[in-house]
Ligand binder design. Sequence first.
Ligand SMILES: [Zn+2]
Length: 485
Amino acid sequence: MNKPYPIIGLEVHVQLKTKTKAFCRCENKYGGIPNSRVCPVCMGMPGMLPVLNESVLNDAIVAGLAFGSQIASITKFDRKNYSYPDLPKGYQISQYDKPICSGGFIEIEDDNGTLKHINITRIHIEEDAGKLIHLEDGTNNSYVDYNRCGAPLLETVSEPDIRSSDEAVKYLKSLKEIFEYIEISDCNMEEGSLRCDANISMMIPLSDGTEINTPISEVKNINSFSNVKKAIEYEIIRQVEEYHKTKEVNNGKNKITRGFDDSKGITVFQRSKEGESDYRYFPEPDLPHLEITEELINKSKLRLPELPQNKRNRLENQYGITQYDATTLSADKKLSDYFEKCCKYTTNYKKVANFILTDICSILNTENISIIDFSVSAEDIAQLVNLLSDGTISSWIAKSVFEKMRLTNKNPLSIVEEESLLQLNNDDELDTIVIKVLSENQKSVEDYKNGKDNALKYLMGQVMKQSKGKANPVKTTEMLIERLK
Ligand SMILES: [Zn+2]
C-alpha cells in the first residue's frame, strides 16, 4: 500500500514598494511613528472615496507577465467584509471574481530532481490591514497602528500542486526571486512584506485500494521559509493521526484555520474557516471597472527584465561557470549583477564566481548585509583575482590583501606594491628557505621518509611562514619533494 501524501496550495501576500498606498496618497513605508501615515481614506471615514494608485495596477500586470499569467481585459474590485480591530473600514478592498491575472506557473525541481510546474490560479490586488500591538508590560493593553492600512498587496494563489514541504520551500524561493527580479517588492519576510498561508490536506490510501482526503487546514501568516517547512511537516503527522482517531474526511465545508506557534514548532487551532459567503463579497461601488488595453500590457512588457531561469542558463553558457554557481549567483539578482560587473575586468570567470560565493558571501553573511552595501568595487575584485591567477601573489597573500582592500579601499595592486607582497618565484631564494626549513625540522623529514604525508604539509607551512606567505606553493612543493629524495 502507498504512503499518505500531502496536497498543498500556497497563498502568498507580497507588499508592493510603491511610493504611496493603494487607494490614497499616504506614504507607503514600513514602520514609523504609529498612526502617522493615515488619512480619512485609509481610515475609512464616511464619504471618503478611494482612487486606485496607477503604479499598483502596472506592477500587478508586470507580475502577471513574469509568471506567464493571462492579464484580464476587464478587472474590478470588491469589498471583503469582516470585523477586526486592525481594519477600521470593516472591509478590505480586494478582487473577487475578476482578478487582474489568471493562470501561469512557477517551475521547480520535485523531490526526485525532475522539473515540475506549480500552477498559479490567480494573482489579485488587495489592500493590507493595520497591525495590533499587544504590550507585554503587565498592563495587558493592546494598541493598534494603522500605518499599514491600505498598503498595496498582491496575493498569488497556487493550485494545490505541491506534494512536500521541500517543494513548498522551492516554490516560495522561486516566487520571491521573481518578485525581486521585477523589483516591485522588497520581499522582506522579517518586515512582513512577504507572508504565506498554506492550505494543507492529506491523501490517505485505504486497504481497498481507494484513498481519502482529510479536511483542509489553512495555516495563516507564516513568516519564514523554515516555518513553512515546519508547519507543513507538523500538519502531515497531525492530520494522519487525527484521521485515525475521528475518520473525518474533507466534505468541502470542514476547512479549519490554524496558526503556527514559532516557539513550539506546532500549529494550533484558531477557528473553523469562514466560507466565502461569510465575507459577503460585493462589488466595490466607489471604484470603476478597469479595461486593460493591449497598449498598457505592451508597455508593461518593456519593464520585464531577464528572469532568474533565463539568467541562470545564460551565466552558465556565457561564462562557462558550473550550473551550481550559476544557480547560486542568480538566486540574488544583485549578486549576479556584481559578478557580471567583475567579468568586465577579467576573463577568469570561474575564479571570480568562486571568490564571490566563498570569500565575499561569507562576509555578507557575517555582517548581514547585501552586496550593494559591500564596499569593495567589482573592478578591484577582478584585479585581485587576476593577480592571483597570473601568479603575482599567492592565495595566502590574496586573503590578507583582500582584508586590506576592505579596510583601506585601496586597489589590490597598490597594496601589493606598497607592502612588497609579490609572490616569491626566484629558485635560488626559495631553495635557500627550503634547505633551512629541512635542516631545522629533522623529525618531520624522518616522518616523511617513513611515509607520513602530513609531514610534507607541515614543512610546506614552515616555508610559508619563513617567506611570510609569499612562496609560490606549487614550486615550493616540487622543491621540497626533490630535496627530500
Ligand atoms: Zn491614507
